[in-house]
Design a protein. Structure first.
Length: 244
């Protein structure tokens, strides 16, 4: 595991964008696994800037997203489809037909999860998967549990995750209680994984996930077993870790 220390959120975002840019430049037709939430916003902003400057070309890139709320339509401002278009897709030359997310409006979990696994398989798998990490150590929407979830599945969100996401909604009652998410095995099949983490409130999660035992109670800890993981974390997020 390669641990890169950043000064702050802006520095973390730039360093992460550098890694993604290198992937796109070295393999223009790469498959990027993308994440949502506050952690990668700055990274997407930096990628858009470099695209506008003519330094990046997304014309042959394919993307697959980690997750989507179950029950939210694409035009809902809190859907991850809307998020990706608002922060990245609408501002670069990516082909909309090559951007994939789970369909939150499919009421049949078994059907939707199988469909999305087939999408990932059909594009050749993920070259670089971008991740954040939740306060409880979740990656994607893979919540703490008794076992590592395997493939794409329907998740019932934990109370802490709902609480963390309520700031995006009018009230906590409006936060979806379920989501479709890539499973741990699906994530671990990516050739490379890039994790972005910022803020003192994530320090305990970083310590447990990357310096503690591998356990499904801390889903992100499984990343210790992947052969090519880079973590870009700012000083605050690393404040509980003893780094040489």
């Amino acid at each position: 595991m390669n641990m890169i220390k950043a000064k702050d959120y802006k520095d973390m975002s730039r360093k992460a964008a550098n890694i993604i840019s290198a992937q796109v430049i070295m393999k223009p037709d790469c498959v990027l696994g993308l994440a949502t939430g506050s952690s990668p916003v700055g990274t997407y902003e930096q990628l858009v800037k470099w695209y506008e400057q003519g330094d990046l070309d997304f014309g042959n890139v394919t993307t697959v997203n980690l997750d989507e709320y179950k029950g939210l339509s694409r035009d809902n401002e809190q859907s991850y489809y809307y998020f990706m278009h608002h922060h990245l897709f609408d501002y670069v030359n990516i082909n909309p037909d090559r951007t994939f997310l789970p369909d939150g409006m499919n009421p049949n979990p078994e059907e939707e999860c199988a469909r999305y696994e087939e999408v990932i398989r059909s594009v050749g798998g993920v070259d670089l998967q971008l991740l954040g990490i939740g306060h409880n150590g979740h990656i994607g929407f893979n919540e703490p549990g008794d076992a590592f979830e395997t493939m794409t599945h329907c998740v019932t969100l934990k109370e802490r995750t709902i609480e963390a996401n309520k700031r995006f909604f009018a009230s906590i009652e409006d936060v979806p209680k379920q989501a479709y998410s890539m499973g741990i095995r699906t994530i671990m099949m990516a050739k490379k994984i890039l994790v972005v983490v910022s803020g003192e409130d994530k320090a305990e999660a970083v310590k447990q996930a990357f310096f503690g035992p591998v356990t499904p109670q801390v889903p992100g800890s499984i990343l210790q077993m992947h052969p090519d993981v880079t973590v870009v974390a700012d000083e605050a997020a690393l404040s509980k870790c003893d780094l040489v």
